[in-house]
Design a protein around this ligand. Sequence first.
Ligand SMILES: *Cc1c(COP(=O)(O)O)cnc(C)c1O
Length: 339
Amino acid sequence: MHFSRFPRTRLAHLPTALEPMPRLSDALGGPELWIKRDDCTGLSTGGNKTRKLEFLMAEALCEGTDLIVTQGATQSNHARQTAAFAARLGMACHILLEDRTGSNEPSYNANGNVFLDYLHGATVERRPGGLDMNAEIEDVADRFRSQGRKVYTIPGGGSNATGALGYANCAMELVNQANCMELRIDHIVHATGSAGTQAGLITGLKAINVNIPLLGIGVRAPKAQQEANVLRLAQATAEKLGCPGVVGAEDVVANTDYVGDGYGILTPGGIEAIEMFARLEGILLDPVYSGKGAAGLIDLIRKGHFEKGERVLFIHTGGSAALFGYTPAFGYDDTPIAA
Ligand SMILES: *Cc1c(COP(=O)(O)O)cnc(C)c1O
């Protein structure tokens, strides 16, 4: 894999740290847990979309773009990181936010990532749930093009073969780090949604032939659909990288048992995972992705899915800004402020 063949705008803080989680490992009494801090990629509270945006926004720059149009759920981390990246490059950013949860919580609809979208200067339009959002952004882009704007559209989650290059590169980065640290890694676990992260990682891991199993914990789609989405994108990514055929169906594994009532709806396991990471390791997860991913990791450890003595790496994909859209779900302090 030769990433220098592709245009790239280097704004992410890389490599991200690879660190042990000793207190969480002790508390669970299972495998030795490590974490890769892709929540600390730099721009606007960080997260996994920044690696994808390095390749996507470079393409936009090559095309002379003045306006980025993208989409996501109301508390989209992708939208927020895109708004920040666009700000840094002096481009305008227009975001379509889809109401996927039906939540009327004021904090969900206006705080967290939504607040940051506006803070970065993006313009925002809302959409009801259930539309084909990638078709919606193309319609909106055409509207802007007819006004003479030079528009580049980015699909939800930045998940196409260009964006997934960022995670193929992450696979190479983390294996290099582990080799330098003489750290054997037995499993990698992370949250999977729009599929670009898992597709990129598995493409990278297979292309460098390291034989570390990768497990995506789903946050939305059923298992068969999620695995099909990841496989399709991994195959396109491998083709783009010049190693077609390296990823087979057997390499793509998603566990979707931790979605709960649906995308963006917090689960008891998610709350427990967020509290454990915060209280044992001082690390902030998020309610939509990494919290559910960690809930899956914790439950699988309790069920004996991993051997004691194995080393499991959790890739922290970010999202902590969304916590501020979900504070009521934690129920910490309902005491009214004294008059
Ligand atoms: C988008 C996102 C994911 C999922 O990554 P995909 O590439 O969409 O599968 C995981 N965690 C966080 C915090 C995210 O924002």
